[in-house]
Design a protein around this ligand. Sequence first.
Ligand code: ATP
Length: 245
Amino acid sequence: MVDFILKTLDLSKNFGGITAINNANVEIPYKGVTGIIGPNGAGKTTFFNLLSGFLRPTSGKIIFENRDITNLKPHKIARAGLSRSFQIANLFPNMTIEETVLIPLLSSSNANYKSIKALRKRTYHLLQSIELEQRKNTLVKDLTQGELKILDLIRAVSSEPKLLLLDEPFAGLGHQTIIQLTKIIAELRKKTTVIIIEHKLRELLNLVDRIIVVNFGVIIADDLPEQIIKNQDVIDSYLGKEELK
Ligand code: ATP
């Protein structure tokens, strides 16, 4: 029997007359990387906002590790082990690189890293993994777009989440930074279940075990990547318009 880290049951979200997510039934098994693709406005970010508690669903349920988290506040969901990054890195410009990673660690409930000294050490190792440890006192506002994205990713994984949601991690990044991020995500998957929304399909295909396709709030396909790129509904609604050269 497959054990699922996350399930949504008839999950829906309406904004006035718009149904951004329409009766989504998704099952995400432990481990592995799932991609979510679909046209602009399909409802992908709304789906992440629902999972992470930033939006309340209109109806339906979200079950995380067999626990109903549907109406929990974002910080409670984060504490339960579900972490996310944002399309545009949502970091405090006047914090240092070190503070950006250390502060969420201090507030996380991870029992393995209780003393400040241990947390600082962990922060150092995390920054070392992205080659930012020498610049730990640099302010966030002085980082490039690529550095911001990588720092945001490390912040999201610092508390060792069980499930990590990445919203367009490659958007706005150059080729080298995408390669760097791909390596970090490939490393992460050894410990963490990952879901990635991404428009850059070729890069996504390098990472995912399966892909969920959303169109007008409806999940129109959920399959292996090699099946998805052959799926006529997916080609008609999305892939036909994307570059997959
Ligand atoms: P993109 O790929 O462009 O990021 P998306 O698939 O993430 O798009 P969403 O941002 O989830 O799409 O938007 C889905 C629909 O819900 C759109 O029609 C959008 O305009 C609408 N929507 C999203 N958030 C809100 C909101 N807070 N209030 C009203 N409508 C919203």
